[in-house]
Write a protein that binds this ligand. Structure first.
Ligand SMILES: [Zn+2]
Ligand SMILES: [Zn+2]
Length: 140
């Protein structure tokens, strides 16, 4: 079996345990955001801007952001993502019928997650608190 397949099997098992724990220990309701992501989507995310301008996502491409312009280019997602490898999942906590953006709640899950197996990584370290991954090949 390839190392990637072994990692994906381990990752999937622990995602299941994470979801059960979130419900049983913390009473959180979760929905799954992105898991497997195509390479084209990864490239698009890395080249389009996530900055919020006038209440909306900019979504302009990197080349349209001049140095010293109105805002700095912030990619929507990393070009180095583990999502296309099936080693990352984005989970969203639902509270009172809405997506919860409170980082402290995600931290309860992230700190537990990182103790469960070697390579387990939580996106709260890079401002993506709903992101849980299995580090692989030096990526998180
Ligand atoms: Zn922008
Ligand atoms: Zn993610």
């Amino acid at each position: 079996m390839s190392a990637l397949l072994e990692a994906r099997i381990l990752f999937t098992l622990w995602v299941g345990r994470l979801i059960v724990r979130a419900s049983e220990v913390h009473g959180f309701q979760l929905i799954q955001g992105e898991c497997l992501r195509g390479k084209q989507q990864v490239e698009w995310n890395a080249s389009h801007c996530a900055a919020i301008v006038g209440g909306k996502r900019c979504e302009g491409v990197k080349s349209t952001h001049a140095a010293g312009g109105a805002h700095r280019f912030v990619p929507i997602g990393s070009g180095n993502s583990l999502h296309p490898d099936g080693l990352a999942v984005d989970l969203l906590i639902i509270k009172d019928g809405k997506i919860l953006n409170d980082e402290a709640s995600y931290r309860l899950l992230g700190e537990w997650w990182e103790k469960q197996f070697p390579g387990a990584a939580w996106g709260g370290h890079f401002r993506d608190p709903g992101h849980f991954s299995h580090g692989f090949g030096g990526r998180k």
